[in-house]
Design a protein around this ligand. Structure first.
Ligand code: GLV
Length: 327
């Protein structure tokens, strides 16, 4: 009898996802709370045909050379900067990600983080919890308006467009965006957004939201030069990847009130957080939870699982990132 393919699930996932994969595969799971080191991950993957990754496990040429049986890596994330796609394609390993199912949930969170940041919600809550609220005063935690202001979106994929729709149609914002390629007129009209140059975006937006993919070219692409362009009352929100923002430059800009505030869901080197960020009051920090609702995280995990199943049963996957010859 032909042996069933062997799969590693690289982090703890919902039991229903494990059960679904067990219908087709020999499955090795990862216990709750465990994050494999690169060496441990490689050891576990050496005898596997497929892997469900969560966005934190790096798949590159060195790992692929050590894991010659591997045929597919299914990322439980839309971002895939943990994959070296060229190396995977060269090794004949298919890569998939988990787009679409998280778009609206992530856009909701982008807006929540923007509101919390501009309206100083967590900063004021810390003040209240610390027992420091003694009296009402006119300017107590006075923040920035959202409605009627200009929202600038850097990176206008599906999530950027969903944030734009919320801003334009829900909050009466003027929405401007910059992206590698301009949207067609119908899409621009649907999300009420106007294309501008990158510099114009930073200079004119009252609130800048980063939703671009993290590529080598995007490393620290938002730093001192961009903060110098921004309005002094402006807000920066990052729900993309930590490495996009130069965190030291951001800390300096926040301390000097070069910009008013920032909201960060992602960090360079997460789950470690640059200690300087923890000392700045005008920043809202959340632990990479933009897509974290139970239905959406389940949908993302199931999409990754279905990609693995599709690959080994029909040779078809829903959301491929590269092209390789089929099994
Ligand atoms: C989350 O950050 C994702 O890329 O899905």
């Amino acid at each position: 009898m032909r042996q069933r393919p062997a799969i590693l699930i690289a982090r703890d996932v919902f039991p229903a996802v494990v059960e679904r994969l067990r219908e087709h595969f020999e499955v090795e799971t990862t216990p709750p709370g465990v994050v494999w080191s690169a060496v441990e991950f490689t050891e576990r993957l050496q005898d596997k045909d497929g892997v469900l990754t969560t966005g934190g496990e790096r798949i590159d040429a060195a790992l692929l050379a050590a894991c010659p049986r591997l045929k597919i890596a299914a990322n439980l994330a839309v971002g895939h900067n943990n994959f070296d796609l060229d190396a995977m394609t060269a090794a004949g390993v298919l890569a998939t990600n988990a787009p679409d199912v998280l778009t609206e949930t992530t856009a909701d969170f982008g807006f929540a983080l923007l509101m919390a940041t501009a309206r100083r919600i967590t900063e004021s809550e810390h003040f209240l919890r610390a027992g420091r609220w003694k009296q009402w005063s006119l300017d107590l935690f006075a923040g920035a308006d959202i409605h009627g202001t200009t929202l600038g979106i850097l990176g206008m994929g599906r999530i950027g467009q969903a944030i734009a729709r919320r801003g334009a149609h829900g909050f009466g914002m003027r929405v401007i965006y910059h992206n590698r390629s301009r949207l067609d007129a119908a899409k621009e009209a649907a999300c009420g957004a106007r294309y501008v140059s990158r510099d114009e975006l930073f200079a004119h937006a009252d609130h800048v939201v980063l939703v671009l993919p993290y590529t080598p070219a995007a490393h620290h692409t938002v730093g001192a030069a961009e903060f110098a362009l921004m309005k002094p009352g402006a807000t920066l929100v990052n729900i993309a990847r930590g490495g996009i923002v130069d965190e030291d430059a951001l800390v300096a800009a926040l301390r000097e009130r070069r910009i008013a505030a920032a909201g960060l869901d992602v960090f360079e080197g997460e789950p470690q957080v640059n200690p300087a960020l923890l000392t700045v009051p005008n920043v809202v920090l959340t632990p990479h939870i933009a897509s974290a609702t139970l239905p959406t995280r389940m949908a993302m995990a199931m999409l990754a699982a279905e990609n693995l199943i599709g690959f080994f049963t029909t040779g078809q996957v829903r959301t491929p990132l590269n092209r390789v010859s089929s099994v």
